[in-house]
Ligand binder design. Structure first.
Ligand code: DOR
Length: 476
C-alpha cells in the first residue's frame, strides 16, 4: 500500500474472524491517553496483545499524514431504514457502510416505519444487526413520543428495558414543550439522554434550503436560522427548569448547524447545564452555496476575515444548481455558520461529530428540489470531510479523532464501551491511509443511499481496515 513508509499487515484477510496475529503500524491517535505518534499495534486472535510507541529512530519513517490508526468511530446519529424502507437502506447495508467509513458503533435513529416507539421494533432492529453478521455494534434510540406524533409519551421505561441508549423524535422536534419537559424528566430518571432535533416547525414550514442570499437568488423558500435558535433556546430553558427536580436529566442537541444556536449551547454549558451537542460533517465542510452549484469547502468560501465570498462573483459554481443531494434538514448553512461549527468542534462546544446518515432511494431524491426527501448519505464520507478540515488547518487531527470516538461515547455514557486502544481488549480500531484519495462513486459506496453531494469528488483518506469487537468489519 502507499502511504509514507508505513505498513498495514492485514494480509488480504476477508471480513470476519481476525485469526492469527496481525501487526498494524502507523501514526496512532489515542484520545484516551491523549497521545499520538508513531507506533505499532499487535493483534492476536482479535485481541490487542501489544501497543508500542515507536520513538525515533524506530518510527522515523512514520508520518502524521501517512497511515492513521485510531479507535473505531462511534456515530451518534444513523438512519437505517429497516423496518419499513429497505429499498433505501437495510440494517446490513447500513452496517457495511459504517464499517467502510471507519465506524464500529452506530446509534440507530427510531424514525423507521413503524417507528421504534415499541420494544418489539427495537428487538427487530437488533435481530437484523445480529443476522447481518457484521461485527459493527448497533445500539438503538427509542422514540420520545408514541408514533413520533408529539402528543403522548412513548413507553420510555419499557424501551429502556429493551436496551435503548436514549430517546429522540428525530426527523422532527418533540412537538409540545410540555411533552418535552416530561420526557426530559422521565428519561433523566432512567439515566438516559433526550436527543433533540432542534427546529421550530412554525418557522420552517415549506422551507427548501437555508434562508439567505443563495435561497433568494435561486428562488427557494428559506429555513431561517431563527428556526433552530428558537428551538435550542426552548430546549435549554426546559432543561434548566427540569434539572432542579431531576439532576440526572440530560439533553443532547443533534445536528446543530448555526453560529447563533452554538452560542446558546456554549453559554448553557458555561452555566453548568447537563447539555451536549453534535455537529454533522456536511454542516462544517459544505455550505448553502452547494445548492447553487459550488463544490468548494466551506473554508474556501470565506475571506480572510471569515466572511462569505460571493459565489457568483468568484466563479465558484462548477456543478449544476438545485442538486437534490444537497437537500437536508437542517439545511446546508452559510459558510460563516459552517466555520462556526468547526470552531465549536475545536473548542469543545460541540462534543461530537455525528453523521446524520440519511440514505434515500432515487425515487425519493431525484425529483424537483422542493419535493426531494431531506438527507445526505454520510457514513462513508464523514472521515473525508473531517480530514479535509484537518488538511486545511481548521482542526487538529487529535480533535477530529476525539470527536469521532470518545466525544460521542461520553454522550452515551456507560452504554457503549469507551473507544480506546488497550492491551488485553478486543481490537476495535480503524486504519486509514491518509496519503491516498478515493473517488466517491456509486460503486465505491456500501450504503444503498447514493444521495451525497460529494458524489464524483475525490476525498483524501482511504479506510484500509476496520476492526470491530475483535473481528474484521471492513478491509481493502
Ligand atoms: O435530513 C434529514 N433526514 N434530517 C432529518 O432530520 C431526518 C433525516 C431522515 O430521516 O431522512
Amino acid at each position: 500500500m502507499s502511504g509514507a513508509g508505513a505498513e498495514v499487515a492485514v494480509g488480504g484477510a476477508a471480513v470476519g474472524e481476525l485469526v492469527g496475529s496481525r501487526t498494524v503500524r502507523g501514526w496512532i491517535v489515542d484520545p484516551v491517553s491523549e497521545r499520538e505518534g508513531p507506533g505499532e499495534i499487535r493483534i492476536g486472535d482479535g485481541v490487542i496483545r501489544g501497543l508500542d510507541w515507536l520513538d525515533s529512530p524506530g518510527g522515523a519513517d512514520i508520518r502524521a499524514d501517512g497511515v492513521l490508526i485510531a479507535p473505531g468511530f462511534v456515530d451518534l446519529h444513523t438512519h437505517l431504514r429497516e423496518p419499513g424502507n429497505e429499498d433505501a437502506e437495510t440494517v446490513a447495508s447500513g452496517l457495511a457502510a459504517a464499517a467502510h467509513g471507519g465506524f464500529t458503533t452506530v446509534c440507530a435513529m427510531p424514525n423507521t416505519t413503524p417507528p421504534a416507539d415499541d420494544p418489539a421494533v427495537v428487538g427487530r432492529v437488533q435481530a437484523a444487526a445480529d443476522a447481518s453478521g457484521s461485527p459493527v455494534r448497533l445500539v438503538a434510540y427509542g422514540c420520545v413520543s408514541a408514533a413520533r406524533a408529539g402528543e403522548a409519551l412513548a413507553p420510555l421505561g419499557e424501551l429502556a428495558d429493551a436496551g435503548v441508549v436514549g430517546f429522540s423524535d428525530d426527523g422532527a422536534p418533540v412537538r409540545s414543550a410540555a411533552l418535552f419537559r416530561n420526557a426530559l424528566l422521565y428519561a433523566g430518571s432512567l439515566g438516559l439522554p433526550l436527543v433533540e432535533h432542534a427546529e421550530d416547525p412554525a418557522l420552517t414550514a415549506g422551507a427548501e434550503m437555508h434562508d439567505g442570499y443563495v435561497a433568494t437568488v435561486l428562488g427557494l423558500r428559506g429555513w431561517p436560522v431563527a428556526g433552530e435558535v428558537a428551538a435550542v433556546a426552548r430546549a435549554v430553558a426546559l432543561l434548566e427548569d427540569v434539572v432542579r427536580d431531576e439532576p440526572r436529566a440530560r439533553l443532547h442537541l443533534t445536528h446543530v448547524s448555526t453560529a447563533a444556536a452554538l452560542a446558546i449551547v456554549r453559554d448553557a454549558k458555561a452555566r453548568g447545564l447537563p447539555l451536549t451537542c453534535d455537529v454533522a460533517p456536511h454542516h462544517l465542510a459544505l455550505s448553502d452555496e452547494w445548492v447553487a452549484g459550488s463544490r468548494r469547502w466551506a473554508w474556501e468560501a470565506v475571506d480572510e476575515r471569515g466572511r462569505a465570498r460571493d459565489p457568483w462573483a468568484d466563479g465558484a459554481l462548477t456543478a449544476s444548481p438545485y442538486d437534490p443531494a444537497t437537500r437536508v434538514n437542517p439545511p446546508l448553512r452559510s459558510p460563516e455558520d459552517a466555520i462556526a461549527c468547526l470552531a465549536a468542534l475545536a473548542d469543545g462546544t460541540a462534543d461530537a461529530v455525528a453523521t446524520d446518515h440519511a440514505p434515500h432511494t432515487v425515487v425519493d431524491k431525484d425529483v424537483e428540489y422542493g419535493l426531494a426527501a431531506n438527507g445526505i448519505s454520510g457514513l462513508e464520507t464523514a472521515l473525508g470531510c473531517l480530514l479535509a478540515a484537518v488538511d486545511a488547518g481548521r482542526l487538529t487531527l487529535a480533535r477530529a479523532v476525539e470527536a469521532l470516538t470518545v466525544g460521542p461515547a461520553r454522550v452515551l455514557g456507560a452504554r457503549v464501551p469507551v473507544p480506546g486502544i488497550r492491551v488485553g481488549d478486543p481490537a476495535d480500531l480503524v486504519v486509514v491511509d491518509r496519503g491516498t484519495a478515493w473517488r466517491v462513486e456509486p460503486d465505491a459506496l456500501r450504503s444503498k443511499g447514493m444521495n451525497t453531494p460529494l458524489l464524483r469528488r475525490e476525498l483524501r483518506g482511504v479506510v484500509r481496515l476496520t476492526v470491530a469487537a475483535g473481528r474484521i468489519a471492513y478491509t481493502a
